[in-house]
Ligand binder design. Structure first.
Ligand code: NAD
Length: 283
């Protein structure tokens, strides 16, 4: 059901306001990409520091996308820090990108349902939790979709639109229309572990890590993948995604020994780009 970047036929729905919750690796960049496509975005996080950092980080994307200062300034003005979530009730699309914990997400969604406007899309960026479980406290669980972005968000053209066991068709269509409106390609997937991309990509990344353990240089592995045509090598990709997230995904896909090996790096504070060191040093 690859829609090839086309909005669903005959489906006229164009969102203009987005609210993103979680300004970490994913949420801040999702917000930036929506702003770069002309939308107005309110961004929320429980950490004021993270919120500021996440907004500041979008400067690079805006500078790349908008060469003229007035357009750049207008983009900056469309990205609004919203620690209290005032934008929730006005948003056409609400995207959750907070910590990957079921109880925390459930609590958040139960609250969101009471605040969002009728017809707004309610989406989670979860990588591994079942939509059915996240939606279980909702009065209307049929409205929750997955919008699974990939890191780095600005460079990755694909977004998986996840249809949970109870998700209504209409919501999936709106999700696909939204993804098209931010100039990305929607891939509608079922709610199975790893969805489609991680299921295929994770074994490739772990095979690369195994070569590394066997004594191959990480630079050489990454260069080989890039020369082959990948936008970045698998080791660098792991550092981008975050080794904690990789460990988590490995476990849900049944690759527990690979997950445990990554856990050791995570325990020593090496989480990848976000902590300044993973397989590579990024400081
Ligand atoms: P992160 O740790 O970088 O960011 C999470 C942010 O959420 C933090 O800034 C934290 O302060 C904030 N937060 C936590 N609880 C909150 C709450 N109740 N309300 C508001 N803010 C809250 O995590 P991330 O890597 O951006 O991942 C976020 C989500 O996206 C997870 O569900 C993850 O599985 C998913 N995801 C991650 C990747 C990736 O490559 N990192 C890819 C696809 C999906």
């Amino acid at each position: 059901e690859l829609l090839k970047g086309q909005a669903p036929k005959g489906f006229k729905w164009r969102p203009s306001r987005v609210h993103v919750i979680g300004a970490g690796t994913m949420g801040a960049d999702i917000a930036g990409v929506c702003v770069a496509s002309g939308m107005e975005v309110t961004l929320q996080d429980i950490s004021a520091e993270q919120l500021e950092k996440g907004i500041k980080a979008q400067g690079k994307l805006f500078a790349r996308k908008f060469k003229m200062k007035p357009a750049r300034d207008a983009a900056k003005a469309r990205l609004i820090a919203d620690p209290e979530g005032k934008g929730i009730s006005r948003a056409d699309v609400v995207i959750e990108a907070i910590v990957e914990r079921l109880d925390v997400k459930q609590k958040l969604f139960a609250d969101l349902e009471t605040k969002i406007k009728p017809g707004a899309v309610l989406a989670t960026n979860t990588s591994s939790l079942k939509l059915e479980d996240i939606a279980s406290p909702l009065k209307d669980p049929g409205r929750l979709i997955g919008l699974h972005f990939f890191s780095p968000v600005a460079q990755m053209p694909l977004v998986e639109v996840v249809r949970g066991a109870n998700t209504r068709d209409e919501e999936v269509k709106k999700g696909a229309a939204f993804v098209t409106a931010i100039d990305k390609f929607p891939l509608i997937t079922k709610d199975v572990p790893g969805f489609l991309v991680n299921k295929v990509l994770t074994p490739y990344m772990f095979a690369a890590m195994k070569r590394l353990e066997e004594g191959e240089d990480k630079e050489k592995i990454d260069e080989a993948a890039r020369t082959f045509g990948m936008p970045m090598g698998p080791i660098e990709l792991a550092d981008n995604v975050g080794l904690d997230i990789c460990a988590h995904v490995a476990k849900i896909l049944g690759q527990s020994s690979e997950g445990s090996r990554l856990d050791r790096l995570v325990a020593s504070g090496r989480l990848g780009k976000k902590t300044g060191e993973g397989f590579y040093v990024w400081k």
